[in-house]
Design a protein around this ligand. Sequence first.
Ligand code: ADP
Length: 259
Amino acid sequence: MNIRISFRNASKSYDVRNGTFTALDQVSLDIFDREFVTVVGPSGCGKSTLMAMAAGLVEPSSGQVLVGGEPVTGPGPDRGVIFQQYALFPWLTVRKNVEFGLRLARLGKAEVRERAERAIELVGLSDFADTLPKALSGGMKQRCAIARAYAVDPHVLLMDEPFGALDALTRVQLQDRLLDTWSRDQRTVMFITHDVDEAVYLAGRVIVMATKPGRLLKVIDVDLPYPRTEEIRLSSAFSRIRGEVWRSVYHQPDAAPAI
Ligand code: ADP
């Protein structure tokens, strides 16, 4: 299997008033092509920093981050980034929001239209293509943000608590929709969450991080088949893995509540 994202002894420290603060300490981790990994850990363990390094938004202080075998030097169209705050342009319709990213990619008009159309369809928003964000529910806004990232056709999706602000039911629906899309296009997904259930339900591997300093604690294989179903979610195998992830996250000394 090809490695898509590679963290090699990647560290990040910040200068603070009384010295340096290590946000991430020597993370080494390979994420494979078409893999779906989730990242969990107590608040402040460096989850967002790790993802931002892959996105090219934060530069490692030492070590290296490679995507597709190349050192990351900044953001690029090969990586779509989705945050909890939908970051939609309020004055643009769903279609125009999705087309926006494509325009930056300097594609022709017809191609922009077609790709946007496809991405909007993929997330089930075709009936709302000409709607402004203010008229959409939280779940629909997030689907629009996902469509915008998808439209650019990135190899990698980097998702930082994308469903964190949504109610439980919407969240479960979006998890299934995301897995459904992923099973068809098999992009590499790195997905940060605070929710242990969500982490196990989505992933092939769960990356557990620890604090003080922020670091990789362990990687837990989720030995459950895809497609994931309600039956799997309610199975004893699922509970066992969830228990293991839960203990790894919450039985850390000094673990701050994960909110
Ligand atoms: P998480 O996503 O796991 O909550 P973050 O990656 O957001 O963790 O942050 C890791 C640590 O780095 C936190 O303690 C945070 O306060 C610190 N941090 C993040 N950005 C900066 C910055 N620009 N300057 C100083 N500290 C920072």
